[in-house]
Design a binder for this molecule. Structure first.
Ligand code: TC6
Length: 694
């Protein structure tokens, strides 16, 4: 084998050249990889002994895409376009041999090869949409030529990774080869096509599919309409669709020009910058500066969950989904039965939608065991407590868990607000106590706030972070403070939303502004959905708040057909004249003058205090980095992905602007708008949150 450069080798076996890439971790198309590919194909072409070329990768995957870290920098080495032209125009067949994932630019390179073979476990996809982009290396023009416009739209607007078997059925892959024997299989395939004298198959020349699609222009608008809700606010899905329309309606080279123009527009916009940032933010969040990668892990083979309510049940499902047996303990049989039956119903609903087979439902249920006896936690490796949010109850439970659980077991609480140091203080092993704050519905929501208490040990933190990944969560490590990171910031937004309503804005005005910003719903619609009476006690209610009055009138949200909004039988919300009158009475009683509040003020009042609170959290060391706060808000609170997160958004709009407004609000409305010293300092130094080191 001869080295072409540091990341590429070329060897020739029986007339077949094997061009091997080895650029960990994911063989992304860095300058070195592009150079290696261009040179390697050139050498193979020049060697008269070579009859065909196999392109294969070492390590965990085929090329997983362009090197995202290079985006925005000056182009070095061969361009991707040059590489693709060298492959596509090569007069000897080039075969892509795929394992792991062929994604983005990786699949686009494979699409310029004349044939593609893959192992059954491989997957192919064009996930650029998730980075706010489109496949800008001909993918938008080549993919529809193989799979047709409809399938191309589905793949490119979802970014899904399509399993090799389906790729074979669609013609995206020409042959599957035996798992673990990719090299031999690809070489055999290459020999076969040489022996058969098969012609070079250039995807750009295939026109049957796009010509057939040209007769059905209606598919594009139908697709847009069917996905309008999902695509709301995002630019990239629409741009991907426009490129596919171009593939169908224009000659290949003109389609490429449309692709280039739209790609550049997306690449220079803020949405893609935010989405690329988010990609790295999620991965960064897994890294804890003082908990090194080689920190010993505690094996977690069995889990206990205390509480079979909505939260406990959802938490248990996460572990069962990952094949980890769970024991759920409840106090009363009927509560346990109800909890287990809700879990079963959830699984069955997924099965009805085609997400699970009946057998898988039974398999998961068989991993969940119900019990009324906490002593059944004696052998588990981790217990997650998910009961009432009351300190006395939690302390009692942790005293018992400490006595029951084996040495080395992790004792976790799902509290969303209580002081975990105080909970840990009742045990003889505070180092084993940690917060695992799941979000409701816990089997669906991706975020896991992992809360490190004063004495939590490094192995317990490292194990929790690893376990989060295993159960499909995105974890952020935070510190103990009221509401931790997510709810602490939420409280700022909620306070301002409530105040705005008492100054003259209507709940639906506030909701509309936040919805238009990109949140799935505003705070008042959210309260109606969750139920206004959560934490409300009838006997103690004195009609002092808007919520008190609404609850006293039995307007408790969607479930009672009315809350802040009125609801029809299909739960469609309408602004409520009743609520409006209550609000007006409230304002009148307070002696205030209602005023017209602009959408701009609503947005700034809701968002800027969140950014400011994030700065305080950073200052206090309750989050490791600004991007961790953004990970929390994107994955747990519906912050629009294309706006990065509150901290990224602050950087984007300018911290000086945020600071100036906070000062203006502070002067008019007081203390709660006091800018954090960190915000002041960053502005004084001309810096951003992203300049802060973890
Ligand atoms: C594109 O191709 C556009 C083309 C148009 C051209 C004009 N670049 O996710 P993991 C790093 S756009 C640079 O933990 P997994 C990642 O940051 C691209 N780095 O692993 C991490 O680094 P760390 C289209 C990348 O096994 C490490 O690799 N492609 C890239 O759970 C491991 O990553 C995509 O969007 C990259 N492209 O999942 C694919 N990809 O260890 C994006 C990964 O220092 N990648 N890294 O933290 C993925 O979806 C996943 O990484 C995966 C592997 C499925 C490939």
């Amino acid at each position: 084998m001869a080295a072409i450069n540091a990341v590429t080798d070329l060897s020739v076996e029986d007339g077949i050249a094997v061009l091997t890439l080895n650029s960990p971790p994911v063989n992304a198309l860095s300058a070195g990889v592009r150079d290696g590919l261009a040179l390697g194909v050139g050498q193979a072409l020049a060697d008269p002994a070579v009859k065909a070329v196999v392109l294969i990768c070492e390590g965990r995957t085929f090329i997983a895409g362009a090197d995202i870290t290079e985006f925005g920098g000056a182009q070095k080495g061969a361009s991707l376009f040059e590489v693709q032209t060298a492959i596509e125009d090569c007069s000897k067949p080039v075969i892509a041999a795929i394992h792991g994932t062929a994604l983005g630019g990786g699949l686009e390179v494979a699409l310029t090869c004349h044939y593609r073979v893959a192992v059954p476990s491989a997957k192919c996809g064009l996930p650029e949409v998730n980075l706010g982009l489109l496949p800008g290396a001909g993918g938008t023009q080549r993919l529809p030529r193989i799979v047709g416009a409809q399938k191309a739209m589905e793949m490119m607007t979802s970014g899904q990774h399509v399993p090799a078997k389906q790729c074979l059925a669609m013609g995206l892959v020409d042959e599957l080869v035996e798992e673990g024997k990719l090299r031999d299989g690809a070489l055999a395939f290459a020999r076969k096509i040489v022996a058969e004298g098969r012609p070079l198959k250039r995807v750009r020349d295939l026109n049957d599919k796009v010509e057939a699609d040209r007769a059905h222009p209606e598919v594009f608008d139908a697709f847009r309409k069917a996905n309008a809700r999902k695509f709301r606010g995002f630019l990239a899905p629409e741009y991907n669709i426009r490129c596919i329309e171009a593939a169908v309606n224009l000659p290949f080279d003109e389609g490429l020009q449309v692709e280039r123009k739209l790609f550049m527009e997306l690449m220079s916009g803020y949405q893609s910058a935010a989405q690329r940032y988010s990609f790295f933010a999620e991965r960064q969040a897994a890294k804890i500066p003082d908990v090194p990668d080689d920190t010993p892990l505690i094996p977690v083979e069995t889990v206990g969950v205390l509480g079979a309510g909505t939260m406990g049940g959802g938490i248990a499902m996460n572990f069962a989904n990952a094949g980890i047996p769970v024991t759920i303990v409840e106090v009363k049989q009927d509560a346990l039965d109800r909890g287990l039956s809700t879990i079963r119903k959830n699984y069955e609903r997924t099965a009805q939608r085609g997400g699970l087979t009946a057998e898988q439902v039974e398999q998961r249920m068989s991993l969940i065991k119900g019990s009324l006896d906490m002593n059944d936690f004696a052998t588990v490796d981790l217990v997650v407590e998910a009961v009432f949010e009351r300190m006395d109850i939690k302390k009692d439970i942790f005293t018992k868990l400490d006595a029951i659980c084996k040495d080395g077991a992790i004792l976790a609480t799902n509290t969303s607000a209580l002081n975990i140091d105080e909970i840990a203080s009742v045990t003889k092993r505070p180092e084993a106590v940690i917060g695992l704050h799941f979000f409701s519905p816990a089997n669906v929501m991706k975020l896991l706030e992992i809360v490190r208490a004063d004495h939590t040990s490094k192995p317990v933190i490292a194990t929790s972070m690893k376990l989060a990944k295993k159960i499909g969560k995105i974890a952020a490590l935070v510190g103990v403070c009221p509401g931790f990171v997510g709810n602490r910031i939420l409280a700022q937004r909620q306070r301002e939303a409530n105040k705005l309503v008492l100054e003259g804005a209507m709940p639906w005005d506030v909701d509309r502004v936040l919805y238009d910003f990109g949140f799935p719903m505003g705070p008042f619609a959210m309260s109606d959905l969750a139920g206004l009476d959560i934490g409300w006690v009838k006997e103690k209610s004195k009609g002092e708040t808007l919520r008190d009055v609404l609850c006293e009138m039995d307007r408790r949200g969607q479930k009672t057909g009315a809350g802040f909004y009125d609801y029809d039988e299909n739960r469609n919300a309408k602004p409520s004249p009743v609520t409006e009158k209550i609000i007006k009475d409230f304002i009148e009683k307070s002696g205030a003058n209602p005023r017209q509040i602009s959408d701009e003020e609503i947005l700034e009042r809701c968002i800027y205090p969140m950014i400011n609170e994030g700065a305080k959290i950073l200052e206090e060391g309750k989050a490791i980095r600004a991007s961790d706060i953004d990970v929390v808000w994107q994955n747990g609170y519906g912050w629009p992905v294309y706006r990065g997160g509150p901290m990224w958004w602050g950087d984007h709009i300018g911290l000086d602007k945020v600071l100036a407004k906070m000062k203006e609000f502070e002067a008019k409305m007081g203390e709660q708008f006091k800018p954090s010293p960190l915000l002041e300092r960053l502005v004084a130094e001309g810096k951003k949150f992203s300049d802060l080191k973890a």
